[in-house]
Design a protein around this ligand. Structure first.
Ligand code: SF4
Ligand code: SF4
Length: 304
């Protein structure tokens, strides 16, 4: 039983067996054919996952929890949650396979700077979970003066302090995407050669975002990326996904094309990450069905 199942799982009430009034005649049992046991997981051994909370609103953790039964499946079969201030009883960052880091780093907070460096040292794969960790998002606009911490005025994405392996942009990223990355991280670390190749294909665009980071020369994680890298290249198909993913409604669809209100943009990167034309990768397109089958198989191991 996984950690969350232990915390929230209801204990089954044992109903007393109904007393039969008359003794039943013995019934000869048909000889049961022994069913072959179904494989519970595609590969053995769980990975260890931690959630590290920097400066953010906790919306990404809420999005992770919004997977409901999917989260139970992950925690029961694929991942042990070894660090998470709100969900796991651990106070020091342990060694782990995957660290999901939420929020940006406050440069005036020595503990935060130490914590993110420690995370890099102890995690095999570091994932920037959400717009704040990946690009700074709205925390980039903080100017200090908060009542309890007035000196906290400089916030940067985690990629400005440590090397990051995977970005999941969005404010917050959708539950399914977080779930899929967890499953794919599992297949990447514990799967056979075929599963590892699939996981690499799925993670490739998110790893490419991480290697670009938040450098001014690459993606700026703002609506302008949609303008320069998609619309201006003649790639926009007018699907409206960018407008639907913008948390501050900075994008509206006008005459089939996105119109971006730059002053409203909080630089979360969600629109660019969600645009189907921003990551045109033949590696992924050709394996789309196999990837979906792998995720569905992992989330529904018994085939029920
Ligand atoms: S336009 Fe909206 S979704 Fe795109 S980066 Fe700006 S705030 Fe985020
Ligand atoms: S998500 Fe991409 S393809 Fe779709 S409307 Fe926006 S820019 Fe165009």
């Amino acid at each position: 039983m996984g950690l969350l199942s232990l915390i929230f799982g209801k204990k089954e009430k044992k109903e007393p067996a109904p007393k039969s009034q008359e003794p039943k005649a013995p019934v000869s049992k048909p000889i049961a054919k022994e069913e072959p046991k179904k494989e519970e997981r595609p590969v053995a051994n769980k990975i260890t996952v931690g959630h590290v909370h920097m400066s953010g609103c906790t919306g990404c953790l809420v999005s992770l929890a919004d997977n409901y039964e999917g989260l139970f499946t992950i925690l029961d079969n694929y991942a042990d949650l070894v660090y998470c201030l709100t969900l796991a009883d651990a106070r020091h960052i342990p060694k782990m396979d995957v660290a999901l880091v939420e929020g940006s780093v406050c440069l005036q907070d020595e503990c935060s700077v130490e914590e993110i460096k420690e995370t890099r040292e102890r995690a095999a794969v570091v994932v920037a979970l959400g717009g704040c960790a990946a690009y700074g998002n709205i925390t980039r606009f903080c100017r200090g003066g908060q009542w309890n911490q007035p000196q906290h005025e400089g916030f940067v994405p985690i990629g400005d302090v440590i090397d990051v392996d995977v970005y999941i942009p969005g404010c917050a990223p959708c539950p399914q995407q977080i779930r899929n990355v967890c499953v794919m991280a599992y297949l990447l670390l514990k799967g056979n050669a075929e599963q590892q190749a699939l996981a690499k294909a799925y993670l490739a665009p998110l790893m490419a975002l991480a290697s670009e980071g938040s450098k001014a020369t690459s993606s700026e994680a703002c609506g302008c990326d949609i303008m320069t890298k998609v619309i201006n290249q003649g790639l926009c198909m007018g699907c409206g996904t960018c407008a639907a993913s913008c948390p501050v409604f900075a994008i509206t669809m006008e005459e089939g094309k996105p119109n971006i209100e730059r002053d409203m943009c909080i630089k979360c990167g969600a629109c660019y990450a969600a645009c189907p034309r921003a990551f045109f990768s033949f590696d992924v397109v050709n394996q789309y069905e196999t990837i979906i089958d792998a995720i569905n198989g992992a989330m529904n191991p018994g085939g029920n």
